[in-house]
Design a protein around this ligand. Structure first.
Ligand code: ATR
Length: 296
């Protein structure tokens, strides 16, 4: 454990609700392993208090932190600077407070996603990817894949939202790399046959609705389709089970969680992150925290 004293540098994750986040366990384990006098707190901040909370963090000398649901977009107007990629995605998940008190917003989700694919030896460059969902997580994933030179098809229940995502990202990715379709069994089967990567960014299949999957039971799962689910509770969603049983490679959301955290860790501290310590801390916290909802 870190001994907190007058020199301890503070970080925190701002969200609402926030009590079940795995990030404090992940970062405090990293600080303890490296003997660094830093501490990372979970900070429950209701939406109406977001601006006040951020100013308060700066006033209290926080070095930065993370931002999670529902604040990833709402936080942007309060920041002094926002990196190009966070601006392109339209969401901030990491804040660095500089020496002069200026707050800089970053997005480490997209690079964390690519790093998670690579750690499973999947090269993000390549053919066609299918992204299920068009919310905040889908934006980071679609941006990452399109920037890697892929064709990305967004399938979403609400077509308008998928179209808005494509329109938002279009200026920052290669021309015509993104397209959208309404989510249906037919569209899914048809697009899956032409893709080599499927990414679920929706909450379908997340605890406690573990028996749900967007892949229909009546359609055989294509074994060539590397399948990634951003959910990590349960560790294997029904979608991943369907994929695994068909012989496809599967990747759950734990890698992206750890990798986005590792990138943030380096931004705050300048130190190489102890990846395996961070991963083990997340796994352990997940085991303790069996009945809770997910938030980063
Ligand atoms: P996040 O920020 O985590 O991405 P979000 O912004 O709430 O979360 O987005 C959730 C995504 O999951 C949306 O694309 C949503 O579809 P709609 O745009 O139609 O609402 C999708 N989603 C949620 N529940 C779903 C369900 N039961 N079936 C299909 N899609 C679902």
């Amino acid at each position: 454990m870190i001994e907190i004293d007058g020199q301890t540098r503070l970080l925190g994750i701002v969200g609402w609700p926030i009590e079940h986040t795995l990030s404090p366990a992940m970062h405090n384990a990293a600080f303890a392993a490296l003997g660094m006098n830093w501490a990372y707190l979970a900070l429950p901040v209701p939406p109406r208090q977001l601006g006040t909370a951020l100013l308060g963090m700066v006033a209290l000398g926080f070095r930065g932190g993370n931002v999670t649901v529902p604040h990833k977009q709402a936080v942007m107007p309060y920041l002094n600077d926002i990196t190009k990629s966070a601006q392109a995605i339209g969401a901030v998940n990491t804040i660095v407070v500089k020496e002069n008190g200026r707050m800089v917003g970053h997005n480490t989700d997209w690079m964390g996603f690519l790093a998670a694919l690579r750690e499973k030896s999947f090269e993000p460059r390549g053919r066609r990817a299918l992204v299920l969902g068009a919310g905040g997580a889908a934006r980071a994933v679609a941006y990452a894949l399109a920037r890697s030179g892929r064709q990305v098809v967004i399938l979403n229940r609400t077509l308008l939202r998928a179209q808005a995502l494509v329109e938002h990202l279009a200026p920052s990715v290669p021309a015509s790399s993104l397209s959208s379709r309404p989510l249906s069994h037919d569209a899914l089967a048809e697009e899956a046959a032409r893709a080599d990567l499927l990414v679920n960014t929706t909450p379908v299949g997340m605890w406690p609705h573990e028996e749900a999957s967007l892949w229909p039971d009546t359609v055989p799962f294509p074994h060539h389709l590397v399948t990634c689910d951003l959910i990590y509770r349960p560790r294997e969603t029904k979608l991943l089970r369907q994929a695994r049983r068909a012989g496809a490679e599967i990747i759950n959301g734990m890698g992206m969680l750890v990798r986005q955290g590792a990138l943030a860790f380096r931004l705050w501290t300048g130190h190489p992150p102890p990846l395996e310590v961070m991963r083990a801390a997340c796994e352990q916290a997940l085991g303790k925290n069996r009945t809770s909802r997910i938030s980063r």
